[in-house]
Ligand binder design. Structure first.
Ligand SMILES: *Cc1c(COP(=O)(O)O)cnc(C)c1O
Length: 366
């Protein structure tokens, strides 16, 4: 008996025929880049998020990076980012030439602590990238009011939170723009790489349509130094099929999370905390405990795969050595990285498997 961390196969089997039909439809259309499938997916996903525009790009990192470009953020600028995030949030800023300015999380939600942001704003600050980490929306209202006061652009990193709600509003329409990833393991994942920007901003949307495609307005007329980062037809078509299942799959994730919370209630570990204004989509189910490494090993022996999101925070990565953020400079983030463990959570996870995981977890606690 073993329980995997993720099971994409199970989800794909549910829609095997639709995916195969889609493959044949796109193959025989002869259109593989910037065609009808992408047009349709962009309309459908914008509408899903409650926003005006969606612009498909090559991946989630490009979605964030190109949005910063579109807002003219770059060399000499600063962008506020969470210290407790996947490195892509920081890399998007670094790639523009701007400087990421890390802010520690709220200890309960693991998301950026809005109370710490104002003190980090300088004359150079141009934007904030809150991350909806693990599928739970960041506390956006205080962030948006700071942005208004200091004239900053806010870009949601919604790579882990397709379909999550903050005070009844979907991620993707909570700020000036949002970057999504369709990496296969995300709540809405392609069968390869993919990403998108969602926004209500007409100007930025029009600029992004060009930036992703060599900065081109009309064929062979280039307005900007753009890149080649397009969501291809086949991936867009697969995503259209999977978007129809997203709410159902997110609902299953919510049920599984509720089941975990019930079975683990009272255990001497820190369970996920859900603020009243959040309706998360449980990209990950993350527990926190000082015995993290020992528990991970014991679960592994019991045939249960877990993961760590993430083992090393961005500021301690070799890639960011130059920023001179030494060990101890972002203490809470560093402690979180030492103590978090992600349990299996995916739509096909069965009740009896959840029970087995929780029993094994309880037994592994000393
Ligand atoms: C996955 C992810 C990204 C990057 O997405 P890619 O499609 O892999 O480039 C960015 N931010 C966060 C928080 C992510 O989890």
């Amino acid at each position: 008996m073993s329980i995997s961390f993720l099971d994409l196969n199970a989800s794909h089997l549910e829609i095997k025929n639709e995916l195969e039909d889609t493959y044949h439809r796109v193959m025989s259309s002869g259109n593989f880049i910037l065609g009808d499938e992408l047009d349709c997916f962009e309309k459908e996903f914008a509408s899903y998020c409650g926003a005006k525009y969606c612009i498909g790009v090559g991946n989630g990192l490009d979605a964030l990076k190109l949005t910063l470009d579109a807002y003219g953020i770059g060399i000499g600028d600063e962008v506020i980012v969470p210290s407790n995030t996947y490195i892509a949030t920081w890399l998007a800023v670094t790639q523009t030439g701007a400087k990421p300015v890390p802010i520690e999380p709220d200890e309960k939600t693991y998301n950026i602590d809005p109370n710490l942001i104002e003190a980090a704003i300088t004359k150079k600050t141009k934007g904030i990238i809150p991350v909806h980490l693990y599928g739970q929306p960041a506390d956006m209202d205080p962030i948006m009011s700071l942005a208004e006061r200091y004239d900053l652009k806010v870009i949601e990193d919604a790579a882990q939170a397709h379909g999550a709600y903050y005070k009844g509003v979907r991620t993707g329409s909570l700020a000036h723009a949002a970057g999504f990833s369709f990496y296969p393991g995300k709540n809405l994942g392609a069968l390869g790489d993919g990403g998108a920007i969602v926004t209500n901003d007409d100007k930025i949307a029009a600029k992004l349509v060009k930036l992703r495609n060599y900065g081109q307005s009309v064929k062979y007329h280039h307005d900007y130094l753009g890149v080649n980062s397009r969501l291809d037809e086949l991936q867009a078509a697969f995503l259209r099929v999977k978007l129809l299942k997203l709410d159902q799959w997110n609902q299953k994730r919510r049920k599984i999370a509720a089941h975990y919370l019930k079975l683990l209630h009272g255990s001497p570990i820190t369970l996920p905390f859900i603020p009243s204004w959040a309706d998360p989509v449980w990209h990950l189910f993350v527990i926190r405990t000082r015995q993290r490494d020992a528990i991970k090993d014991k679960l592994e022996v019991a045939g249960i795969k877990t993961m760590i999101h993430y083992p090393i925070p961005p500021h301690l990565q070799s890639a960011y050595l130059k920023m001179n953020l030494t060990r101890g400079s972002l203490k809470l983030t560093e402690n979180i990285h030492k103590e978090v463990l992600s349990l299996p959570l995916y739509p096909s996870l069965e009740d009896n498997q959840i029970k087995i995981i929780c029993d094994a977890l309880q037994n592994s606690l000393e």
